[in-house]
Write a protein that binds this ligand. Sequence first.
Ligand code: HEC
Length: 121
Amino acid sequence: MKKTLSIFLALGSISASVLFLPSACTKAKTPPALPEVTCNSTISFSTQIAPMIEENCAVCHGVGAGTSPVLSNHAEISANAEAIIQALRGTPQLMPQGGPALPDSLIQQFQCWLQQGRMQN
Ligand code: HEC
């Protein structure tokens, strides 16, 4: 009787781990951690961040351009800052769409702006 019970328990834990496998796979898809960036100066939203988005993203993400997220002002860029950084680094897909990727110096600048508190300066 004891043996039957332990077989049931063993079968139970095997099927339980099979059931949990799919969630383990989902977890592996979380975006990669951002590399550390050293920021030597204060980034300006109005002279560095806004023009960078305007020049490279507005054609698709500007008001009326039709692509979500709309990135046309401080509030919108701020609210999407993490997704923007990931997209600039290619996750889930590289932005600007179709490439080429922005120079690393610009990507780091954006990340510094995020690290410095997404200032509207
Ligand atoms: C040529 C058009 C185009 C340009 C230029 C462009 N994007 Fe996009 N972007 C898209 C499209 C289309 C999607 C939606 C992709 C989808 O849902 O499959 C998107 C999605 C995104 C997303 C959401 C990420 C996601 O897929 O979950 C972010 C963030 C983003 N873009 C940021 C940017 C930034 C920042 C720039 C400028 C550096 C930029 N994009 C330039 C077309 C563009």
